[in-house]
Write a protein that binds this ligand. Structure first.
Ligand code: PGA
Length: 250
């Protein structure tokens, strides 16, 4: 019922030529995947990648944005600029934004509302650190991020929001959450959605897993009932790996 959604988060990697080549390689084989696919290049190359995926089944996403449409915000990109470049999605509240750039739930919430205001679909990230997991605080932390980052969305907006559960200890570390660990948190998020909205709406929302997803573990992770796709970092930088992750689902 929920179509799987695999997005590649290229982070601050690849130059212009590499970005275009990767996007072209993904687009060339994307038709075979029984899932929605998106690529999220570094901001300076969004325009070039937009050209490479235009007219294909691969959607374009950005990795971040500010919540105002324009103005004196040195160094930022606005939602209207991203829409102008052809973006459909924007990743918000990634743990690297939270940890390195000090983004809090309140800011992420403003960005989430701005995404909808200007016509982008947000992929909102939540996830606990290793310390928080070991202290038994995973549900509390993820629950707080869920409530804060997604506050005030209408039913229609929530239904088309993607939540990405990315345990911080699994990002870029090679340590993946076990399918059971992922499913436990995804089921908890689904319950929060049910409690906040309705069961029917909760069943529509796609919850991606992220954190060292690779071809060898993708199938098992995504066969969990509440895991609806993946937000892929490192393995999205090689077309073969990214496509193999998508092909796992066919
Ligand atoms: P990773 O990154 O796949 O390299 O662990 C995932 C992410 O940060 O979105």
């Amino acid at each position: 019922m929920r179509r799987l959604f695999i997005a590649g988060n290229w982070k601050m990697n690849l130059n212009r030529a590499e970005s275009v080549a990767l996007a072209e390689a993904v687009a060339a084989a994307a038709g075979k995947a029984d899932a929605d696919l998106a690529v999220c290049p570094a901001t300076p190359y969004v325009d070039a990648v937009s050209g490479a995926v235009r007219g294909t089944s691969v959607a374009l996403g950005a990795q971040n944005m500010y919540f105002e449409a324009k103005g004196a915000f040195t160094g930022e990109a606005s939602p209207t600029m991203l829409v102008d470049l052809g973006c459909k999605y924007v990743i918000l509240g990634h743990s690297e934004r939270r940890a390195i750039f000090g983004e809090c739930d309140e800011l992420i919430n403003k960005k989430t509302h701005a995404a909808f205001q200007y016509g982008l679909l947000p992929i909102v990230c939540v996830g606990e650190t290793l310390e928080e997991r070991e202290a038994g605080r995973t549900e509390e932390v993820v629950g707080r991020q869920f409530a804060g980052s997604l506050a005030g969305l209408s039913d229609e907006q929530m239904a088309v929001t993607t939540i990405a559960y990315e345990p911080v200890w699994a990002i870029g570390t090679g340590k993946t959450a076990s399918p059971e660990q992922a499913e436990e948190v995804h089921a908890h998020l689904r319950k929060l959605l049910t409690d906040t909205y309705t069961e029917q709406l909760a069943q529509q929302v796609r919850i991606q897993y992220g954190g060292s997803v690779k071809p060898s573990n993708a199938k098992e992770l995504m066969s969990q009932p509440n895991v609806d796709g993946a937000l892929v970092g490192g393995a999205s930088l090689a077309a073969d790996d990214f496509l193999a992750i998508a092909a796992c689902l066919a």
